[in-house]
Every structure is written in structure tokens, then in C-alpha cells.
Design a protein around this ligand. Sequence first.
Ligand code: DGL
Length: 280
Amino acid sequence: MTDRSAPIGVFDSGVGGLTVLRALQSELSGEHFIYLGDTARLPYGTKDPDTVVRYALQAGQSLIERGVKALIVACNTASAVAMPAMAQHYRGLPLIGVVHPGADAAVAATRSGQIAVIGTEATVRGGAYQRAILARRPDARVTARACQLFVALAEEGWTEGAIARAVAERYLGPLFGAEARERHESADTLVLGCTHFPMLRDTIRAVIGTEVAIVDSAAITAATARTLLRERGLINGVAHEVGARPLQLLATDGAARFAAIGSRFLGRPIEAREVELVDL
Ligand code: DGL
């Protein structure tokens, strides 16, 4: 029998998954989370699928060895590329990625069925979002574009201003500009298919206008996790106060950098001494 008070593992290639952890902590306020950011090997988004699978399995294994009762893959690239391998290796363990919840949210948000997805190179190349959306709404028209530079901008903290705006226009102009509208190819819903991209939400909004629904998977992934844990009888009922929620932060490199950059993603200050360095 799995112990309800066991922690929940959350994994990302770096600090981006802290945007998902934030949603998980507020949705599941009685839980103890262990977050692992594979900062030594970030970015995953430019790597070959085999490499991403290998890294994801190592990260998952490290969390399982710490006794987690469920595993949240809070990285779109790992969710898009490595979920089948992880599901095969961790049979019986509740396993939740961000792609399927993100596809649920996109299909719920769109009216026209024209959906744009942006993510890392590996996420877009693998086609997991496109397949997940079409499985839910077969008449949807999905366009996808890799926006790899957004990852670096979010890490650097350059989420607003002229540089962020120019990059966003370059990536999103072809999806939402006048020409796309004239061809009736402009989407009414944009999926932020990378955990870093919510940091650029205001800049993205300024470029695509107010009519387009912006979907990110954090909140819906947290709700999906709650549903699955409840079904399995694994919810830890005793809620913790906001400042006292048990959290272990693990990283594979750079505790100080993780703390400095991660603070923005988590929405609260992280001290470098809170971050334990681990080897996978
Ligand atoms: N966290 C990754 C994702 O959501 C983005 C960063 C990376 O390329 O590793 O896809």
C-alpha cells in the first residue's frame, strides 16, 4: 500500500517546471513535493529524442528512489517525448505529464478549432501536442512553431521590453499577423507548450492581441493530478499553511543560479541553501 503522506515528485529540465509546481502547491495544499530540476543538462528542447528519454528516465528514477507516491513531468519536452517510456518503466505509479492536460485546455478554449502551439524544437518536432489535440477534436487545425529563444529569454529575465518583443514578433507574426488573418489561418487559441513560456505571457499577449485565448498547462495539470490522486485514494488531507508547505528542491547543477532564476518562476524567494545538488 502506498503511503498517502509520501511526497509527490515533480521533474523538469530546469526551473521552468516551478510554474507548474506553484499551481500544484495551491491545488494540493496538503502535499509534500520534491522538485527536481536537471539544470546541468538544460535545455532538453534542442536534444535528440533518445537523449531526452534517457535523461527523463534517470530523473524519474532518482525521484522514485526518494519514495514518491506520484510523478508529475512538469516539462513539455519530456512529456512530449518520454511519457511512453516512463509509463512502461514505472508501471502502477501515478504519472502525469503536461501535454494531455494542455490539449484538454486548448480544446475547451477554442471556438474555431484553429489552434496554435508553441514549444521547444523537440516538443514541436515530435508532434505530441498536435496528436493529442486531434484525438480530442478531429476537425481541429493545429499549427505548431518552435520558439526556442523564449527559453533563454525567460532564464535571463528578459521577459519584457524591446528584445523580448522583437523575438515574439518574429516567432508569432507568421501565426497571428495580417497575412495569416487574410488566409483565415489565424488561431483563436495559443498553447504555451513549454513551462518557461508563461513568464513571457504579457509580451506574447501584446503581440497576438486580446482576442486569442492563451492556454498554459499549469493549472489544468494540477487539477488533473488532484483527480488522479483522489481516484487512487492518495490525497494527503491535512492542508499546510502557505508558508509551511513541505518542499524539497533538488538540482543537478548551480544551486545559486537555480535559486536566483527559480524565485521568479516559483513566485517567492528561494535561498541557495534550500537547493540540494544531486547527481543522476
Ligand atoms: N522545460 C522545458 C519544456 O517545458 C523547456 C526548457 C528545455 O528546453 O529544457 O519544454
